[in-house]
Design a binder for this molecule. Structure first.
Ligand SMILES: [Zn+2]
Length: 333
């Protein structure tokens, strides 16, 4: 499996900007220490690739820096050539992660998950919708016909929902905080709105049901998982109050459910806004570590071709320990 990074395309931000840009480089440094040989720099997404998911006029306006002031403000980053390059590379990273997933079971983008980007507008720190661009690339290349997007960022994947509205080939699942941005939500194929302070146990039980339904109805050839760190209790913008163990159990549940059905997965990191950047990096690093363990074990035991060797019987009754013992990874037991 390959892990794609783009943090060295540095985005010039005004001092005091609230986006925690430093998280990406710190995450890559930690990943390099355990899996440096898997790290790759992705190609930039081309205009053609971007325009399969976005309005070509929007792509051109971003590329040339000609968005009007209001549209640029909605994105939340000032325009610069570096913003364009980085946004293209981040979309390219999810495309590459999907190709890696289809070849080897899993691929990872150490950024991405820019799910507020709509067809013709960016929003909320999202310029291009990397998951949507990657879905369209896989479909155009004939690598996957049906795709499931599992969006577990604390914010609704409103841009993704808008882009794929009415498209039966893409199942969009979003579990998010009812009271979180965006305040005007779009309709995903399956939206689960959660109350403030939901906590680990209720979240994981809900996720289990949602995943089963999405997999049954979506019948995907490929999944893209947005493993947002912002459901964390210490997040400034999240409200769901999950612990780090709960988030690890969440990742575990997603990978187990997908592996049990032999569905390759590309993982993007999505949001994370904890005051302490190390908390964000810890959560993302745990996701990457789990995927590495899961799929190296999978390779040894022929998973995803034969999931039964390492995965609990996920399609039957949920294994209670998965939900009552956060941090215990059933893939390792
Ligand atoms: Zn978010």
């Amino acid at each position: 499996m390959y892990i794609y990074y783009t943090d060295h395309y540095v985005l010039p931000l005004p001092s005091g900007h609230r986006f925690p840009m430093a998280k990406y480089a710190r995450l890559r440094q930690r990943v390099a220490a355990i899996a440096g040989d898997r790290l790759r720099v992705p190609d930039a997404a081309t205009d053609l690739e971007l325009a399969r998911a976005h309005d070509p006029a929007y792509v051109a306006a971003v590329a040339t820096g000609s968005l009007d002031a209001a549209a640029q403000r909605r994105i939340g980053f000032p325009w610069s050539p570096a913003l364009v390059e980085r946004s293209r590379r981040s979309a390219g990273a999810t495309i590459a992660a999907c190709r890696s997933a289809l070849a080897q079971g899993c691929g990872i983008n150490l950024a991405g998950g820019t799910h507020h980007a709509h067809r013709a507008a960016g929003e909320g720190f999202c310029v291009f919708n990397d998951a949507a661009v990657a879905v369209r690339a896989m479909q155009a290349e004939g690598r996957a016909a049906r795709v499931l997007i599992v969006d577990l960022d604390v914010h609704q994947g409103d841009g993704t929902a808008e882009i794929f509205a009415g498209d039966d080939s893409v199942f969009t699942l979003s579990l998010h905080g009812r009271n979180n941005f965006p305040y005007r939500k779009q309709a995903s194929r399956l939206d689960i709105e959660l109350d403030d302070g939901t906590g680990d146990a209720a979240y994981l039980a809900t996720l289990d049901v949602a995943l089963s339904r999405a997999l049954d109805q979506g019948r995907p050839d490929l999944a893209i998982y947005l493993a947002g760190a912002d459901p964390f209790v210490g997040d400034r913008l999240g409200r769901l109050a999950l612990s780090k163990d709960g988030l690890a159990a969440r990742d575990c549940a997603v990978l187990a459910a997908l592996t049990a059905r032999r569905i390759p997965v590309a993982i993007a990191m999505a949001g994370g806004y904890a005051d302490d950047i190390d908390d964000i990096v810890d959560i993302h690093f745990a996701t990457v570590t789990l995927a590495l363990e899961h799929f190296s074990q999978s390779t040894r035991t022929s998973v995803p071709r034969d999931a039964s060797a390492v995965v609990v019987d996920y399609e039957g009754a949920p294994t209670p320990s998965l939900f009552t013992t956060p941090g215990v990874h059933p893939v390792n037991t």
